[in-house]
Design a protein around this ligand. Structure first.
Ligand code: GLU
Ligand code: MG
Length: 451
């Protein structure tokens, strides 16, 4: 779509405000809007944003990052392909924006720019990365000052699915109207917990979709009187909300799944195994990008189906990387890997960019996973000696450990680039410092309705 088509579409639809959205280093979706009367101009000039916003924590506390203080601007420049009239707020539209420096080059601290760079790096090797986020979230109501789950239903229970039928059906329709193809829905294990997945797409589109998804679920739920929480662990005594990432690598034309090898026991190619090896090699650091909040580590515990150890396994829901069994009749297309230690407090651009960087490192160095890293039992049942013998590690038990691992990981920090790495780490350190002085109730409360 070109600019004039967008203006025409917005005008015809009766849109008043068009928000240029971005997801920041703290995983928060933020944006600024233009009135439709200025849209044509704003599509060219972007909207100004202080550079400080990439140093702003998810508690809106400005962290000290050189070049990201009160002085200096960038522009939010929307991607024309992402223009979307919001079915749940028809006088509004959104566009996903890139952060562009005043000299018109991509700004180094732009998360969407980071993912674009990683997509281009993969493309230079003839690899096209496809992904789907698989979000879980919790529907709750507010009673007084407390959030309360909307039901006490059981895993996959139809009572759970039916109690909230109007809101779910509205969300499904609303996602569909934005071009997000819903794949599956069910009430999940925790009280009020839902899982609703959408179809995979090219990496950039998948990350854009996840931003639209979070916006849609939160807003439609709100219109029905519910709070939708994407917090990794909204209630300490209930199942956590994962956002597993399913991914595969295709040839440039998108015709051949390069993870597929019919001869292999799990139908996985050498490229697939190298991707596994790269991800496992960098996993302790990668989780600082995919499980980035203090609250993330309340979820990432053994025996929680969220994964807690650096291993992989066929249909193993306690392994960090699962090789899912294939769909009957759709074997080649369905070969994919699932990263379990990932949640919706992550910035989807940074999470996917980091995943690609880690996997590509495995491909570029022709790494293969260690034999002992394939686990077909719950790794929590292995003794400490067995884990050590097999070279399997516990994932970071808290954000401090994850940040430390990221700081030491040159592959990931170099991929992020200096501006993004420094600002990202500063935000995470700021969170650590703040939450380490507060109690569990404060942590749960301040993560509940943020993502
Ligand atoms: N709720 C689990 C998690 O935190 C995932 C359950 C499942 O779908 O396997 O990742
Ligand atoms: Mg699930």
């Amino acid at each position: 779509m070109d600019s004039s088509e967008i203006v025409k579409k917005a005008t015809e639809a009766g849109v008043q405000l068009i928000f240029f959205l971005y997801c920041d280093n703290g995983g928060i979706i933020r944006g600024k809007s233009t009135h439709v009367s200025s849209l044509a101009k704003r599509l060219e000039t972007g909207i100004g944003l202080t550079r400080a916003m990439q140093a702003m924590s998810d508690m809106d506390r400005l962290q000290t990052v050189a070049g990201m203080g009160p002085v200096g601007e960038i522009r939010l420049v929307p991607d024309l392909e992402t223009f979307t009239v919001l079915p749940y707020a028809p006088k509004r539209a959104v566009m996903l924006a890139d952060m562009v420096a005043l000299d018109r080059v991509p700004w180094g601290a732009c998360p969407r720019g980071f993912l674009k760079r990683m997509v281009a790096r993969a493309a230079a090797r003839g690899l096209r990365f496809q992904a789907a986020f698989e979000p879980e979230w919790t529907l709750a109501r507010k009673e007084g000052a407390s959030f309360v789950p909307c039901d006490q239903s059981l895993c996959f229970s139809t009572i759970g699915a039916n109690t909230v039928l109007p809101v779910i059906d509205d969300i499904v329709a609303t996602l569909g109207a934005q071009g997000l193809q819903v794949e599956q829905y069910y009430a999940e294990l925790g009280h009020g917990q839902q899982e609703l997945s959408v179809r995979f797409a090219d990496a950039l589109r998948a990350a854009d979709n996840h931003v639209l998804y979070r916006e849609t679920v939160r807003n439609v739920a709100w219109q029905h009187g519910f709070y939708a929480s994407f917090a990794p662990k909204p209630f300490a005594d209930q199942a956590g909300n994962g956002c597993h990432i399913h991914f595969s690598v295709w040839d440039a034309a998108g015709e051949r799944n390069l993870f597929y090898d019919r001869q292999d026991a799990y139908s996985l190619s050498q490229t697939g195994y190298s991707f596994i090896a790269g991800v496992l090699e960098h996993l302790s650091a990668l989780v600082a990008l995919t499980c980035p909040s203090v609250n993330s580590y309340r979820r990432l515990q053994p025996r929680s189906w969220s994964s807690a150890f650096t291993c992989y396994g066929p249909d193993n829901r306690e392994a960090a990387l699962r090789i899912p069994s294939l769909f009957w009749g759709d074997e080649e297309a369905s070969v994919n890997l699932e990263l379990k230690p990932s949640d919706s407090s992550a910035n989807p651009y940074i999470a996917l960019g980091g995943l690609i960087a880690a996997g590509l490192d495995g491909v570029e160095t022709e790494l293969l996973p260690k034999k002992n890293h394939l686990v077909d039992v719950d790794p929590a049942t292995l003794t400490l000696e067995e884990l050590e013998q097999q070279g399997i590690q516990r994932l970071p038990a808290n954000l401090a450990e994850a940040i430390g691992a990221l700081e030491r990981d040159e592959v990931l920090t170099e991929a992020l680039g200096s501006d993004l790495a420094r600002s990202y780490l500063a935000i995470r350190r700021g969170d650590l410092e703040l939450f380490s002085t507060r109690d569990e109730a404060f942590e749960l409360d301040h993560h509940f309705y943020k993502y």
